[in-house]
Design a protein around this ligand. Structure first.
Ligand code: AMP
Ligand code: ZN
Length: 492
């Protein structure tokens, strides 16, 4: 079966296959690590995960590169405000990003490329562009890309830029939607600002050059696929194409995969709108990681998805139902005789499942096919009409479903605990929902035992253990106060 996927560049649904052998070379724009990601960001990473998982199920090996933008204006500003070098500021958010991906069962790309570790490749690419007169230096020492020299500018976003003014410039961070202007490749530092000393002069790379340089470094020319959220189409991806194709005179990426937005009440979920939830926000409200994954992947990537708590609650039920079904099938009393109707229905569901995903990753229909199986399977189990063969076929299809959807294995409690530990460390326990606190509630005796254990740990100068116990109690809604009359505790 082949995978047919919409290509933004050609505006057509096309077959996606690697040009070289069995390895599909793909690049996906990664996060800027200055804060926690919101679930809108994760919708994009999850849909790319669905793509790579489905490719694997089809026997194609992704070679997937994702960049980490660990230098940009915001990072430089935030690090300076915190009084630390950028290299000390970003790891915390990069780690948090990978923890969140892990909680959402997103597979790690084969290559993680940090911008700060690949500056020489970017400098080299800018020098190449300068040699060919595509890049020029301005008075302040910054370098810009000359878009008037690249007539195909606009071919991805389908914008008409025929009236380009030669030399009109724009800072990378100030783009508006419809103007095409020369963009920064290399930004000269303002006084006292973090920078690299290079053959281009002092400065730091622009965001666009980062992706062009690293994509080519790790994947070569002519990528099989390039991915990102829909907002990256213009200017980011348009600029990547301009830079890379001007330098190499070859196609940069054959297929462009854009994930449409996650919305909240009809508006894009974003940091600047303030209408966002992080994964941790939701875990602390008591929602399960698996339900969040299910919600974010169940609407196909080419449709926008409106986030609601009702929707999320419904997905909790959907995941529960699938897990219960899997357990029922596993422990079903199967006879020796195969139920032929059930075998036919299982085969039909299987066909629908694969056809749906092959047809532009239609996750909604793929999921519907599995719920058809749940209905047919449950009816057969209730009627005690199934054979060992039926069980094998159903479990087989469930495992293929889960190779893509990845919601059946139950790690939810572990991730909820993870979020609670984090909230205790970061003093964010006020964000924990009362229901979740109640679920975790301890009896008086359990509390007293932990309090005593902490007191003993303190006496033994084992402060790490003492702090751990204090956090554990805090997660369970118990506050400890040390006073001169001894240790007191109270429930929140
Ligand atoms: P950023 O860290 O802002 O560069 O974003 C990381 C990824 O998330 C990019 O691919 C963005 O296009 C994507 N993204 C940002 N906001 C949303 C949203 N509301 N829905 C879906 N994807 C988004
Ligand atoms: Zn990028």
């Amino acid at each position: 079966m082949t995978l047919r996927l919409f290509n933004t560049l050609t505006s057509q649904v096309e077959e996606l296959a690697p040009v070289d052998g069995n390895e599909l070379r793909m690049y996906a724009c990664g996060p800027t690590v200055y804060d926690y990601g919101h679930i809108g960001n994760f919708r994009t990473f999850l849909q790319v995960d669905v793509l790579r998982r489905f490719l694997k199920l089809q026997g194609i090996a992704p070679r997937h590169v994702m960049n980490i933008t660990d230098v940009d204006d915001k990072i430089i500003r935030n690090a300076a405000a915190a009084g630390v070098p950028i290299g000390e500021y970003t790891p915390r958010f990069e780690n948090a990003f990978f923890e969140d991906l892990d909680a959402l069962s997103v597979e790690k790309p084969e290559v993680i490329a940090r911008a700060t570790e690949n500056i020489p490749s970017m400098v080299e690419l800018i020098e190449d562009l300068a040699k060919q007169d595509y890049a020029y230096k301005t008075e302040d020492g910054s370098w810009y890309f000359r878009i008037a020299k690249f007539p195909e500018y606009g071919k991805l976003s389908k914008k008409d830029f025929s009236g380009i003014t030669d030399g009109a410039r724009v800072d990378v961070d100030e783009y508006d939607k419809d103007s095409a202007r020369d963009f920064a490749l290399w930004k000269a530092p303002k006084p006292g600002e973090y920078h690299w000393e290079t053959s281009l002069g002092p400065g730091r790379p622009g965001w666009h050059i980062e992706c062009s340089a690293m994509a080519t470094k790790f994947l070569g020319d002519g990528l099989d696929l390039h991915a990102g959220g829909e907002d990256l189409m213009f200017p980011h991806h348009e600029n990547e194409i301009a830079q890379s194709e001007s330098a190499s005179h070859k196609c940069f990426a054959r297929h462009w995969f854009h994930v449409r937005f996650l919305l909240v009440e009809g508006r894009k979920m974003s940091k600047s709108e303030g209408n966002f939830y992080t994964l941790r926000d939701l875990l602390l409200k008591g929602y399960k990681a698996s339900a969040i994954r299910m919600l974010l992947i169940s609407v196909p990537y080419r449709q926008q998805l409106n986030f609601t708590f009702d929707g999320l609650a419904a997905e909790t039920g959907a995941v529960e139902r699938l897990r219960t079904f899997r357990d029922r099938v596993r422990s079903a009393q199967a006879g020796t005789e195969t139920n032929p109707e059930l075998a036919d229905e299982t085969a039909r569901c299987r066909r629908n499942f694969f056809e749906a995903l092959s047809n532009d990753l239609n996750t909604a229909e793929a999921r519907a096919a599995i719920f058809d199986l749940v209905r047919a399977g449950n009816a057969a189990i209730d009627a005690k009409k199934l054979g060992a063969e039926n069980v094998t076929q159903m479990l087989d299809l469930l495992s293929q479903f889960d190779a893509v959807f990845a919601v059946l294995e139950d790690n939810d409690a572990r991730w909820t605990k993870f979020a609670l530990d984090w909230a205790a460390r970061e003093n964010r326990l006020d964000q924990v929902s009362p229901e979740l606190l109640a679920q975790n509630a301890l009896g008086d005796e359990e509390i007293q035992a932990l309090v005593d254990k902490r007191t003993a740990a303190k006496r033994a100068r084992n402060f790490a253990l003492a702090d751990q116990i204090r956090n554990e109690l805090a997660e369970k809604g118990v506050l400890i106060e040390d006073s001169k009359d001894g240790v007191r505790w109270k429930r929140k």
